[in-house]
Design a binder for this molecule. Structure first.
Ligand code: SF4
Length: 460
């Protein structure tokens, strides 16, 4: 028999409990267990006046933003509509059935105004990391660092050479341009000037790091290797030096904020430059599980630097022919022991030794004597080379995938594959929110599952 719905659609009163309506295993209910915003008002107190009309509740704004980044709704207009219509979102935002959802323009104004000034998104991210630590998901033994390039909200077809644009033209008076000019005055931009700049988002960097060039920023993650929790995130220009430098900022900040200092840091070759390794080994006492950035190997059949024996105590190399290469060697106006602008010291063999040497064709066939260039941070590089031979390094090598997976999750699941906000501050806001959502989802999936009896479709 064909069924027919008999309910009275015009019923006047309903017995409805929004809390009972949201299933126990709903992602937002599982996230809600770990989201503690009790200190939010205290953090924001200085940024709100004690008189005048009450603003939009900041906790509501934060909860809406978390909904948006957890469910890939990044348009503010759409987010306001979705929260208005979806009962699960209403429950998470503590709106009840009749609570008023802010207008998208009010939402946007608050987000780009007080929220940015107060750094509230960073505050929420830190609270979520503390929550992960309380739940035992962060061990602090090993961290991995990596960066991912994110296309900016700028048209790749439109751009001019940096010295061809008149930024005083009123048509360029936008928030992103003002931010760019302020950074330019403060000398905060990378030293290497880009080929062209975007007129809509000049802080974004023209990069060809992943194929055809486009405007981009970089998101940098520092992740704990126990469960892959992101313990810090930093937005930078899409520039390798900025990415590497952000590692120092993140490691220092995590130590200051959470008292965590890793025993080992995992990274790819980009982080294996000598100054970075020296900072890790000599200043921080952290083991670099990082491949050394080394261009000293020769592939033309002549001796590489590794064929020469280094004597630390005597500060000299011994060549395969048994002769010494010293930095103190005087030769044609070279100042002995000088550190070059590239932070290297040059070790030279004696012309008298090389000239009659039977190995000369294998060593320095085109010059009269052999030189070895050694970084002043070579000791730290040697530490990294020794670590690279251990089984622990192999383990770290496989663990590095955890941080790469976080970027895959960011782009494929959270759909953060292109920025919506402009300027470095916009990129910073988006990256912090996305990392917060990733940590909350991770907690919800690892320890937030309800007992089987409460799952939908499971018999009690
Ligand atoms: S050429 Fe000079 S540096 Fe090279 S093996 Fe001979 S003596 Fe040593």
């Amino acid at each position: 028999m064909m069924g027919q719905k008999t309910g009275d659609e015009t019923q006047l009163f309903y017995a409805f409990n929004l809390d009972e309506y949201v299933p126990e295993n709903h992602l937002l209910r599982r996230i809600d267990r770990f989201l503690d915003l009790s200190k939010l008002r205290q953090h924001l107190a200085d940024y709100y006046s004690h008189t005048g009309r009450p603003s939009v509740d900041p906790e509501l704004m934060i909860r809406m933003l978390i909904v948006g980044y957890c469910f890939a709704i990044r348009s503010e207009r759409r987010l306001c509509d979705e929260v208005h219509l979806n009962l699960g979102y209403r429950w998470f935002c503590r709106l009840g059935l009749e609570g008023e959802v802010p207008d998208h323009s009010t939402f946007s104004k608050n987000r780009h105004g007080r929220f940015r000034e107060s750094d509230v998104l960073r505050f929420v991210f830190d609270e979520v990391v503390r929550s992960c630590m309380r739940e035992g998901l962060v061990k602090g033994e090993g961290f991995a660092v990596d960066a991912s390039v994110m296309p900016a909200n700028a048209n790749w077809r439109e751009g001019v050479a940096p010295d061809e644009v008149d930024w005083t033209d009123p048509k360029h008076n936008t928030r992103a341009v003002r931010e760019y000019l302020a950074a330019l005055d403060a000398g905060e931009l990378p030293e290497v000037s880009p080929k062209k700049v975007s007129l809509t988002d000049p802080m974004s960097r023209w990069t060809a790091a992943t194929g055809p060039a486009f405007y981009a920023y970089s998101t940098n993650y520092l992740a704990d290797m126990a469960c892959g929790v992101i313990v810090d995130v930093e937005a930078t220009h899409a520039h390798r030096i900025s990415e590497v430098e952000s590692t120092k900022v993140m490691i220092d900040r995590v130590e200051e904020q959470f008292g965590l200092k890793p025993e080992r840091l995992i990274g790819d070759t980009v982080y294996g430059a000598a100054p970075m390794l020296s900072w890790l080994v000599d200043e921080k006492g952290i083991e670099p599980h990082i491949p050394v950035w080394d261009k000293s190997e020769r592939h033309d059949g002549t001796f590489s630097r590794s064929d020469f024996q280094w004597d630390e105590a005597a500060d000299e190399y011994r060549c395969p022919g048994g002769k010494l290469l010293r930095s103190r060697q005087r030769h044609r106006g070279y100042k002995p022991g000088t550190v070059t602008r590239a932070n290297t010291i040059i070790y030279r063999a004696s012309e008298l030794d090389c000239k009659p040497c039977p190995l000369k064709q294998q060593c320095c066939p085109n010059v009269t004597f052999r030189k070895i260039v050694r970084s002043v941070h070579e000791a730290a590089r040697d530490v990294a080379r020794q670590i690279a031979k251990t089984p622990e390094y192999q383990h770290s090598y496989y663990q590095r995938r955890k941080v790469e997976m976080l970027f895959a999750h960011l782009k494929c699941v959270l759909k953060v594959d292109r920025l919506r906000l402009r300027g470095l501050s916009g990129a910073k806001d988006e990256f912090i929110l996305a990392a917060t959502a990733q940590n909350l989802r991770k907690m919800a999936n690892l320890i937030g599952q309800p007992p089987p009896a409460h799952r939908i479709g499971t018999p009690a």
